[in-house]
Design a protein around this ligand. Structure first.
Ligand code: XMP
Length: 319
């Protein structure tokens, strides 16, 4: 059991001692770890921290707005918001292979981040939301195996190419400790208890070629699903839940007309460690409501299916 105010005071002092009067740059993703790291470092050094938020066009609905409201608006942190949608979409054009898509998204992310870092020549530090399990994973043999199945996108390699020193204030913390810290630093509960979201984002939830049009449809369908999960008190009972865009068309009827539109799959799982997972037995009434709302509200989708595959053999993501 730890005393949170003491912990924060110590962590803040440690960051100040480490950094002195130098400047720090941090890649903010909207995820739990980078958000808590940003809030803690900002508490310690204020405007010596610049957060860079790269929008690759594959984020959840309103993500950019929420991140800016929270960090620039409420915390008054310096945040650079980069809309790199066109650059990412351009490089993803015609690419259908999942691993290839991950590589491109990871590479472009590093590229955009480097350009932004170049605009902050005084920055001497790169801050990252690395947490204890990441530290074990990157050194452990166990994870190597998991990682050959899908290459996980992160910003590994950035500090070397940027010539920056690494600041990782969450290195000793487990996920639940990071969350407690986030709440104590004033971050909203919903942000701190969010489901994980993969680095390549909707890029691996749009099967095959990624198109802006598909991302826009998927974002809206996904937001409806998450909305209804929260309303039904199921969000916290699932470990991860999201919509997947299937670029196949099926026939439907709407009024007196025939429709021929895309399919969305819903995925919700329960898991301890994300290595194995059960599909969540969501109430049929909840699934029905989500399906009705998506089909009525998202023009372009006329069919919704629910994924009832466990991991293994299926993975949590569809790509
Ligand atoms: P799978 O699909 O392998 O996912 O069962 C296990 C967990 O890892 C997440 N995931 C990723 N996270 N980059 C990430 O940062 C990726 O490329 C990636 N692929 C999967 C997935 O969301 C789940 O939580």
């Amino acid at each position: 059991d730890w005393n949170m105010p003491d912990y924060i005071a110590e962590a803040v002092q440690k960051i100040r001692d480490q950094v002195g009067d130098e400047e720090v740059i941090l890649g903010l993703s909207g995820g739990v770890d980078s958000s808590v790291a940003a809030a803690l470092i900002h508490r310690a050094i204020g405007d010596q921290l610049t957060c860079v938020f790269v929008d690759h066009g594959l984020l959840r609905l309103n993500e950019g707005k929420l991140v800016m409201e929270m960090f620039a608006g409420r915390l008054h942190a310096k945040v650079v918001h980069v809309d790199a949608t066109e650059q990412f979409m351009g490089h993803l054009k015609g690419v259908t292979d999942p691993e290839q898509k991950r590589k491109i998204i990871g590479r472009e992310f590093v590229e955009v981040f480097q350009v932004e870092a170049g605009k902050l020549p005084n920055a001497k530090w790169l801050a990252q939301g690395t947490i204890y399990p990441d530290v074990i994973e990157s050194g452990g043999a166990k994870s190597k195996k998991a990682h050959t199945i899908k290459s996980h996108h992160n910003v590994g390699g950035l500090p070397e190419t940027l010539g920056l020193k690494l600041l990782e204030p969450l290195r000793d913390l487990f996920k639940d400790e990071v969350r407690e810290l986030g709440v104590a630093l004033g971050l909203p509960h919903d942000m701190v208890y969010r489901h994980p979201f993969p680095g390549p984002g909707l890029g691996v939830r749009i099967l095959g070629e990624v198109k802006q049009e598909y991302a826009d449809l998927l974002r809206r369908a996904d937001a409806i699903f998450i909305d209804e999960l929260r309303a039904a008190d199921w969000y916290d009972k699932t470990s991860q839940a999201f919509a997947v865009f299937l670029p196949v068309k099926s026939v439907g009827v709407m009024g007196d007309g025939r429709t021929y539109e895309y399919v969305v799959a819903l995925r919700a799982v329960q898991t301890q460690d994300f290595m194995t997972a059960h599909w969540a037995e969501l109430p049929h009434s909840l699934l029905g409501k989500v399906s009705n709302r998506i089909i009525n509200e998202v023009r372009g989708i006329n069919r919704v299916v629910y994924d009832i595959s466990g991991k293994p053999p299926a993975t949590i993501e569809w790509e």
